[in-house]
Ligand binder design. Sequence first.
Ligand code: GLA
Length: 399
Amino acid sequence: MTATASPQTDARDLFAELTGATPAGFWSAPGRVNLIGEHTDYNDGFVFPFAIDGRTVVALGTRGDGRIRVVSTFDPVPIEVALADLDTLFPDRRDEIVEWARYPLGVAWALQDAARAAGVDPAPLTGVDIALASDVPVGAGLSSSAAIEGATASALNDLWGLGLTRVALARAGRRAENEAVGAPTGIMDQMASMLGRPDAGIFLDCRSLDADVVDLGFADAGLEVLVVDTRVSHAHATGGYGERRAACERGAEIMGVSALRDLVPADLDRARELMDDVTFRRVRHVVTEDQRVLDAVRLLRAEGPRAIGALLDASHASMRDDFEISTAELDLAVETARAAGAVGARMTGGGFGGSSIALIDSTLVDDAAARIVAAFAEAGFCEPHVFTVHPSEGARRDG
Ligand code: GLA
């Protein structure tokens, strides 16, 4: 994706403004696009995301007073608390912290707990100043939040010498999101942000957390991933996301399984008899989506990326008709991309707004983008942001 400024420069400048000093180091982590496997992660199922080339950078310096101060380009006002007070703030008093700051502070809180569980006494952990800057679009369904969590978790893990694995850092990020922010999300975004590899997707079993790095081969096949950020923003701490999750849990309970992951498409006839129509359709989306992820990974490995187009299309139809999380803007973006020659297209992320993706020949990208912008104007929708993303490396130290 095309960055307007370097988040590393922004983070360094912000850090200098805050402290008058240069940071001890920089860490960064990417946002993600989910190729296929939506609302399957919290059902213990399969997902297939990749990390994108939009990143959040943390500039970090130490301080001797056991306090943590965070500042970001999202909000010029720094937030400061004692590390020892994080346990009293989260989760019960989280409303006292401005929302963006709950992500980095929530990660610090979750890491202190992970440290305790690993036998490290968190009391002597060094205080920190953190400046955050990002070129992952916020509210676009590209996991700007997982990028903040991944960059902060990597920085604090190194600074505090915790030696936690990437999976443990992803878990800490998810805990921040669930308990410090209050969004009942799964672990896909944090795992993609921690484990991403250039030109590869992460095929993840969300029950075992086994992850396979799968070559995508988009560039060799002359394909690009075109993102349409509809600029209809979504928030998962409220509303539809939690309702969908509750319907899935209800469906699993009716079927007598611990999670929908334990059902296969052949179980759907019985499911239809046992539950109301809405719950059934939520269940059908998840069960068929898990199968589509498995099929997509198998087809990609056997035949290359052009073979997965029909599965992307079927995934979108299932989210639109059964899970009912698409919007008129997302449907228009998907249909227009297909009409412009995309191999396949679908909405990506939690839904109710955010972005769609299209797998499309690089020669068709400009025409497709122009057609999408024109179709949005004609429909009277807000002008979308249309750009390409490339599968990129996960969280890392940058200097
Ligand atoms: C959001 C959540 C993820 C996942 C997706 C839907 O991105 O953060 O955990 O549930 O929605 O697939």
